[in-house]
Design a protein around this ligand. Structure first.
Ligand code: ADP
Ligand code: MG
Length: 698
């Protein structure tokens, strides 16, 4: 296998464009890419034609505007290239207009009240900074996919890409101001870069098909723990089994073809849990690619007789899945702005960006927390396996000492360390390894980037990065303004560090984030601790958020409110589906099985007693099973009533809280009985696969 030949073979990338486009068209397109201006129609026509020819040579018959509605997944409507001729035949056509803009019916996508039903049309517009690519399916279809942004008739964003592109511009502009103020003249643009590590579970497809809860909700709503969990710590980085390795190999090939830099693969902590990480890319490409990663994982799994679970908590009692969002800022000439440098000048620059992040994360901790909120992540955040729901920054002790020393104007503690003067001294060497040890922090500085670890495994990475880019931009804006006005840059830079540490240093925490002491300490520091989605989502539409997004034109107040509404609605819908699935399973699978078992026991009691035996064991089992059966039956009713009531509540916020406090609780309560019954009934009479089946039989 020649990976260099496979890689990008299904991408209309720079190399293909150079080979296939007339020189002036190529130049015009490149110019648009850099300037962000719209493509001239003549140019678009030529590009479209070249793209079509390339796609057809590779077997494509259809094209689609591939977009990311607010459902969190992707959408595509396939159109073939055919166009009728006068003599009843067809030719394959694709115009510049079709490339640049599409008009899908938007009425079935969530709009949060942005789109009136009489104006159902939505518009998709080509994001030419993310290259077109081909998708192949097992049926042999090849489709040309054009990454697009999706908006309403009035130009309001209905998708995840539009605000992401806007936020990338905003952070670039403000970061450039800081660089210029510091005399860094070589860069022309700053890119936010992201490398999302993706965790997932695999389960045998046959077992998956027997679990309605996995099919409908992505997680098991019932299931007694297997005798073995993850306590032996034998899965993490363990040897990869052949069956899984075959899946991973196919996955890599499919991803590489689409130009996705799949780099790392390994077993994760929980049994049957795995991880894949790509090499980082600019934010919008990373976000597009991550969507493709999730989609491809699911598709390839099925080909291997497996099902891929992207849910944050498919199984109770073992670790759930997250997405580590590695984020940094890089210039177009290759400087990583979060990399400590070796000269005083580089360090001054580094400290400014570091302080911008400290300020941004502290000021908008609740908003950042909200970007990780979804019903699935509620089972994970704060559950002693994932970052807690409290946002804090891990900075490493060395770097923290440097910052404190600058802030206080005192020498650093210990090791004969010295005083650090911003812009005059170099930083003491910062051991990168040291900074990467703390795995409990939700937001960790890992030497040259920040790793935001709260992100939900099933979610698009757009939301978290829209927020990261925008809050960083806001903090950089303030820093830039100060530096631009300063008479003495170094002194101002020192003052900026001092202020960031005084006002926002409370966000830095280098200890164990899982410990109960931290919860108390965080409360003392006034850091928010928001444990549920129903509460966390409120930050999305807070006056502070509306002001932030509005002033940088990332999202208008209307767009912000629509998103808030959609996400709260999604939360309610998810819990509603869980409740209905639970009721269905209990009534049609679990209760009948237990009733059957109880009858068997009763019959056995009679037979044995007739024969003169005592049937004491049967009687005991009968009593236990009957007790649990009656209890489960009553709890089923209770859950049903709660779910009914929830559906009638019209005020969204109240509805979400009711789902959390009543429906979720009733569901958990019911689960306890069913799981107890699972441990009582003969395996042969249990109607669904067990945890042991699903977790250990791969
Ligand atoms: P780990 O966090 O497991 O130690 P690495 O640090 O090697 O692993 O990288 C994790 C992820 O961070 C990878 O996807 C990598 O591409 C990404 N990454 C590395 N540098 C950057 C950067 N400057 N910006 C964004 N992501 C980055
Ligand atoms: Mg990592």
């Amino acid at each position: 296998m020649d990976v260099t030949k496979i890689f990008g073979s299904n991408v209309f990338n720079d190399e293909v464009m150079q080979n296939r486009l007339p020189k002036d068209t190529y130049k015009a397109l490149k110019k648009t890419l850099v300037s962000g201006e719209p493509l001239a129609p003549e140019v678009a026509d030529v590009v479209a034609n070249a793209m079509k020819d390339w796609a057809i040579e590779k077997g494509a018959t259809h094209y689609t505007h591939w977009f990311q509605p607010l459902t969190g997944s992707t959408a595509e409507k396939h159109d073939s290239f055919i166009s009728p001729t006068m003599n009843g035949g067809v030719v394959m056509e694709f115009s510049g207009k079709q490339l640049i803009q599409g008009e899908p019916d938007a009425s079935s996508f969530p709009s949060g009240g942005l789109r009136a039903t009489f104006e159902a049309r939505g518009y998709t517009a080509w994001d030419c900074t993310s290259p077109a690519f081909l998708k192949e399916d097992a049926a042999g279809n090849v489709t040309l996919c054009i990454p697009t942004a999706f908006c309403s008739y009035n130009g309001e964003a209905l998708d995840k890409k539009t605000p992401l592109l806007r936020s990338m511009d905003v952070v670039s502009r403000q970061a450039m101001r800081v660089l210029r103020a510091l005399g860094n003249s070589t860069a022309k643009r700053v890119y936010a870069t992201v490398g999302p590590e993706q965790e997932y579970f695999l389960v045998d497809k046959k077992l998956y098909a027997e679990r309605l809860d996995l099919i409908c909700t992505g997680r098991t709503l019932f299931g007694a723990p297997a005798p073995k969990g993850q306590e032996m710590e034998d899965h993490y980085f363990g040897q990869i089994k052949d069956r899984i390795s075959e899946f991973m190999k196919s996955l890599d090939i499919e991803l590489w073809k689409m130009g996705i830099t799949s780099k790392t693969k390994h077993n994760e902590v929980a049994p049957s849990q795995f991880e894949m990480a790509p090499i980082f890319a600019t934010t919008n490409i990373a976000a597009d690619h991550n969507q493709l990663v999730m989609e491809t994982m699911q598709k390839v799994a099925l080909r291997h007789g497996l099902a891929c679970l992207l849910h944050e908590k498919p199984y109770a009692g073992v670790n759930g899945s997250g997405k580590h969002n590695n984020w940094s800022l890089s210039t177009d000439d290759g400087q990583n702005l979060l990399e400590p440098g070796s000269t005083p000048h580089e360090n001054e620059q580094f400290l400014m960006f570091l302080c911008a992040l400290i300020t941004a994360v502290d000021r908008h901790a609740e908003l950042l927390r909200a970007t990780a909120a979804c019903s699935g992540n509620d089972h994970r955040l704060g559950a002693n396996e994932a970052p807690p729901a409290i946002v804090s920054i891990f900075m490493g002790t060395e770097l923290t000492e440097v910052l404190e020393s600058v802030a206080s104007g005192r020498k650093r503690k210990g090791k004969g360390s010295s005083f650090v003067k911003v812009g005059v001294d170099t930083l003491p060497p910062l051991p990168r390894d040291n900074s990467d040890r703390n795995r409990t922090s939700p937001f960790a500085f890992t030497g040259n980037k920040f790793e935001f670890r709260m992100v939900a495994s099933s979610a698009s990475v757009s939301g978290p990065n829209v927020v990261l880019n925008t809050i960083a931009a806001e903090a950089l804006d303030v820093i830039a303004t100060r530096l631009e006005k300063a008479k003495d840059i170094h002194r101002e830079a020192t003052a900026i560090v001092r202020e960031a540490m005084h006002k926002h240093g409370r966000i830095i925490f280098n200890g164990n984030n899982y410990s109960p002491d931290w919860v108390r300490e965080a409360a003392k520091r006034g850091l928010p601790n928001i444990s549920s989605t129903a509460d966390a989502l409120e930050a999305i539409a807070s006056p502070q958020t509306i002001r932030l997004f509005g002033s940088y034109k990332v999202l208008s107040p209307k767009e912000v409110r629509s998103r808030h509404e959609i996400y709260v609605e999604q939360y309610c819908k998810q819990i509603n589906i869980e409740a209905r699935t639970a009721l269905d399973m209990v009534r049609t699978l679990y209760l009948p099985a237990v009733v059957g078992y109880v009858s068997d026991l009763a019959a056995s009691v009679c037979v044995v007693q007739d024969a003169g035996g005592s049937a004491a064991v049967q009687k005991d089992l009968l009593e236990k099973a009957t007790g649990l059966l009656e209890s489960a039956y009553a709890k089923t009713d209770r859950l049903d009533r709660a779910a009914h009531k929830a559906r009638t509540i019209t005020a969204l916020r109240r509805q979400a809280v009711f789902y959390r406090d009543e429906v979720m609780v009733a569901m958990k309560d019911l689960r306890a009985d069913i799981d107890a019954l699972e441990l009582l009934l003969p395996r042969s009479q249990w109607p669904v696969p067990t945890y042991a089946d699903m977790l250990f039989k791969l």
